[in-house]
Design a protein around this ligand. Structure first.
Ligand code: IVH
Length: 675
C-alpha cells in the first residue's frame, strides 16, 4: 500500500463491503460472512482511517459513534406531522374499521380491499431524513409536530444505514419506523445493571426510549438497539410507487430494514387470519410486539380516505389485549403446592388483563415478596403474558397507604400446621408435613405407590384422587386397610379389578429398605440416595436414630439431605405413619452390614437385564451388600451381565464387548460360592 490512490481505493472498497454485509445482515437477514470476518474488515478500515485521517468522511461505517456528549437535545419541527394510529380491540371493531372504509370509498360488494399487514413493534417512533441519500437528521416523535434531534444517537444503531444504496432514491426522503430493543439484548442489559447494583429497566420499550435519550452517544452505542421502517414522511418527488407495499419494497432495496413478517392480505378475513397467525408467533419473536397494523395498500385510496384528527383513516392497529394492568391487593395468602412448596399469592381486586379477568397473582416466593415489598392494600402492576400465570410485576409506591408493614413468612403450614422450612440459599420455603399434609396427600400417595417406590400395580393417579376425595385414604398406610367393598364402590372399579388391587397391595408389603425410604417422599431423598442410606444403615431403626453428622458419613449425603432426613423423622406424625406401615405388615429382608473384607464383590460392576424369577431389586440389594456396584448400561467396565429371560440389546452388547454373562442359575451358584 504505497500510493495515495491505492489507499483511497482500498478505503472505498472496504466501506462498500462493510455496508454490503450490514445490509445482508439487517435488511435481508442473510449474512454471507461470519462476525469475525466482518470485524476484520472493520478493523482494517479503522486502521487505514487512523493512519490517513484526511480521508475520513461522516458516513463511513466507522463514524457511527461521535465522541462528544451533547448538553441537551435540540428541538426540530417535522416537515409532515407524525401521526398515531386508531386502535381496534377484537374482530367486531376490525369489521367496523373496514365498513367505514368501504362506505367512504363507495365500494361495491365485490370490490376487495388489500392491506399491507405487519406486526406493531413495541418501541418508539423515529423519523429519518435522507438528503441525497445521506442520513442528515433523526428525530423522535415528540408531540407529533415537534420532536427532538437524536441524530448522533440514531447513527450508532447499526441497522440504520448512514447512506442509501443505489442511486434511484428521491433527493429528499423521510422514512418513519420503530427503534426497539430485542428481548435478548434487554435481558443482558438488565443482568448487567443488576450486577453493578444499578436500576434495571421495566421493559424493552422503556430501555429503548432511555437509550435514545442518552446525551452521550457512546453510551447509546453500547445499547443493543435495532430498527424497522414502516412508513414515510416528506418525500420529494413523491410518490415512489403506487402502493404501500411497493414503496416499502423500494425502501428495502435502498438498504432500509423492513419487518420480514410484512404481508399483503385481502379483506377483513385476510386481516383476521393474519392476526391469528401473528398471535401464534408472538412469544417466539425475538422482540416485543403489541398488536398488528393494517394499512390500505393502494396509495390513491389512502389519499381519498385522508385523516381524522391525529390518525389516518386508512390504517388501524389491531391491538393484543393489554398484558399489564393496575389493581389493588386485597390480601396476601400462602398456598401449599402438591410438593409442599409454599407460594405467596396476592388476592386482587379483579382486573381484566391479557384477555381474562384475573383475581389472583403469584408472587413466586418469599425472596420475590421481599424484593418487591408487596403489602395488602398496595396498588400493583399485574402482568399476564400469553399462557403464563398472572404475576405481580411491581408496587406503585406513590399510592401506598400508611400503616402497613412488610409481609413475613409464616412459621407453620396454613394447611396442616407442620413447620415451614426455608433452607439457607434456597428461594422456596416448604411445608415439612410431607405425607401428613392434606395439600400434599394425593401427591405423596401417588409417589408412595409408584413403580420405583412401593410398586403397587394398578394404583394410578385417578384412583388415588378418588380414594382421597372420598375420604377413604388419608395417608399411605390407610391403603392397606382398604376393603373389597370400599373399592368396588368406586368409579370404573369392577369386582375383579378391586381384587387385583388388593392383591397388588398385599404383594407390595414385601419390599426393600431402600424402596421403603424412597416411598416416604423425604425431600431430596431420591432413589439412589435412598439406596445409599439403606446400604449405610441396614436397618430403619439405625437410620431413624442417626444425627446429621452420622447421616453425612453416607456416600452422596451432604448437609442438606441430612437435615431433611432428621427433620422428617423428628415430626411425630411422620413417625406415626411409618409405625402404622410396619404394623400393617410392610417389611423387608434384614441384611447385616458387611465389613469391607467381607465384600467379595467390591469393585465389581454388574448390570442386570431380562426377566428373572425373583424381584430384581432384591437381587440388586443382595449384590450391593456384597460390595458390587449396579449400573444401568453395559460398557467395557462391566464385569458381569446378569441376563434373565428375553434379555435383548444389553446381552448382544455384552457379547460384543466380551463381558461375562451369567444366567439366573449361574448367578445363584456365584452367590452360593461367596457365602
Ligand atoms: S404505522 C400514520 N406501523 O405505533 C401512522 N406504526 O400507535 C403511522 N408502530 O407512533 C404508524 N409498529 O410508533 C405503524 N408497523 C407499524 C408500527 C407502528 C409500531 C407505532 C408507531 C406509532 C404508533 C401508533
Amino acid at each position: 500500500m504505497n500510493t495515495t490512490a491505492a489507499v483511497v481505493e482500498r478505503i472505498e472498497t472496504l466501506r462498500n463491503e462493510i455496508n454490503y454485509h450490514s445490509r445482508q445482515y439487517y435488511v435481508f437477514d442473510e449474512p454471507v460472512i461470519s462476525d469475525t470476518e466482518y470485524d476484520r474488515l472493520f478493523r482494517e478500515l479503522q486502521d487505514l482511517e487512523s493512519e490517513y485521517p484526511q480521508f475520513i468522511i461522516a458516513d463511513s461505517p466507522t463514524q457511527r459513534v461521535g465522541d462528544t456528549p451533547l448538553a441537551s437535545f435540540n428541538e426540530v419541527s417535522h416537515s409532515l406531522p407524525m401521526l398515531s394510529l386508531d386502535n381496534a380491540f377484537g374482530e367486531e371493531e376490525m369489521g367496523e374499521f373496514e365498513r367505514r372504509i368501504r362506505d367512504r370509498l363507495k365500494l361495491d360488494g365485490d370490490q376487495k380491499i388489500s392491506y399491507l399487514a405487519e406486526p406493531k413493534l413495541d418501541g418508539l417512533a423515529i423519523n429519518l431524513r435522507y438528503e441525497q441519500g445521506r442520513l442528515v437528521l433523526a428525530a423522535t416523535r415528540g408531540d407529533g409536530s415537534r420532536g427532538e434531534d437524536v441524530t448522533s444517537n440514531v447513527r450508532t444503531i447499526n441497522a440504520v444505514p448512514l447512506k442509501l444504496q443505489g442511486d434511484d432514491w428521491p433527493p429528499i426522503l423521510e422514512v418513519r419506523g420503530e427503534v426497539f430493543m430485542p428481548r435478548k439484548g434487554f435481558e443482558a442489559l438488565n443482568r448487567h445493571a443488576q450486577e453493578l447494583g444499578e436500576k434495571s429497566f421495566v421493559n424493552p420499550r422503556n430501555a429503548a426510549a432511555g437509550s435514545l435519550r442518552q446525551l452521550d452517544p457512546r453510551l447509546t452505542a453500547r445499547r443493543p438497539l435495532s430498527f424497522y421502517t414502516y412508513g414515510f414522511g416528506e418525500v420529494i418527488p413523491a410518490p415512489i410507487a403506487s402502493t404501500q407495499s411497493e414503496s416499502i419494497y423500494r425502501l428495502r432495496q435502498w438498504g432500509l430494514p423492513v419487518s420480514p413478517l410484512q404481508e399483503v392480505v385481502t379483506g377483513i378475513q385476510g386481516c383476521i387470519s393474519y392476526y391469528r397467525q401473528i398471535v401464534q408467533q408472538r412469544d417466539a419473536l425475538p422482540y416485543d410486539i403489541d398488536g398488528v397494523v393494517f394499512k390500505v395498500d393502494d396509495l390513491n385510496r389512502q389519499q381519498q380516505l385522508g385523516f381524522v384528527s391525529r390518525a389516518p383513516r386508512w390504517a388501524v392497529a389491531y391491538k393484543f389485549p393489554a398484558q399489564e394492568e393496575m389493581t389493588q391487593v386485597e390480601s396476601i395468602e400462602f398456598q401449599v403446592g402438591r410438593t409442599g412448596a409454599i407460594t405467596p399469592v396476592a388476592r386482587l381486586n379483579p382486573v381484566f388483563v391479557g384477555g381474562v379477568t384475573v383475581s389472583n397473582a403469584t408472587l413466586h416466593n418469599m425472596d420475590e415478596v421481599m424484593r418487591k415489598d408487596v403489602r395488602p392494600g398496595d396498588t400493583v402492576v399485574v402482568r399476564r403474558a400469553g399462557d403464563v400465570i398472572p404475576e405481580v410485576v411491581s408496587v406503585v409506591l406513590l399510592k401506598r397507604m400508611g400503616g402497613t408493614a412488610p409481609i413475613t413468612l409464616p412459621t407453620r403450614c396454613p394447611v396442616c400446621g407442620s413447620d415451614i422450612i426455608k433452607p439457607e440459599g434456597e428461594a422456596v420455603a416448604r411445608c415439612s408435613g410431607g405425607l401428613f399434609c392434606p395439600a400434599q396427600r394425593k401427591e405423596a400417595i401417588k409417589h408412595f405407590a409408584s413403580r420405583k417406590a412401593m410398586d403397587i400395580e394398578g394404583l394410578g393417579e385417578k384412583l388415588v384422587d378418588q380414594l382421597v376425595e372420598q375420604g377413604l385414604v388419608d395417608n399411605p398406610a390407610d391403603l392397606y386397610s382398604l376393603t373389597q367393598e370400599q373399592l368396588s364402590g368406586l368409579e370404573r372399579m369392577a369386582e375383579k379389578s378391586a381384587q387385583n388391587l388388593l392383591d397388588a397391595l398385599e404383594k407390595s408389603k414385601l419390599t426393600t429398605l431402600a424402596h421403603f425410604l424412597f416411598s416416604l417422599g423425604i425431600r431430596e431423598v431420591g432413589e439412589s440416595t435412598a439406596q445409599s442410606l439403606a446400604n449405610q444403615f441396614s436397618t430403619l431403626d439405625a437410620l431413624q436414630q442417626a444425627d446429621e453428622a452420622r447421616l453425612q458419613e453416607t456416600p452422596d449425603v451432604g448437609p442438606i439431605v441430612a437435615a431433611h432426613v432428621v427433620s422428617f423423622f423428628r415430626q411425630a406424625h411422620n413417625r406415626a405413619v411409618v409405625e402404622q406401615l410396619l404394623e400393617v405388615g410392610v417389611h423387608w429382608p434384614e441384611v447385616e452390614p458387611q465389613a469391607a473384607d467381607q465384600q467379595p464383590l467390591l469393585g465389581k460392576t454388574i448390570v442386570i437385564t431380562g426377566t428373572l424369577s425373583r424381584s430384581r431389586d432384591l437381587i440388586k440389594q443382595e449384590l450391593q451388600v456384597l460390595g458390587a456396584k449396579i449400573t444401568g448400561s453395559v460398557s467395557k467396565k462391566t464385569d458381569y451381565l446378569i441376563a434373565g429371560e428375553e434379555a435383548g440389546s444389553k446381552r448382544s452388547k455384552a457379547e460384543q464387548l466380551g463381558v461375562k454373562i451369567l444366567d439366573e442359575a449361574a448367578l445363584y451358584a456365584l452367590l452360593e460360592s461367596l457365602k
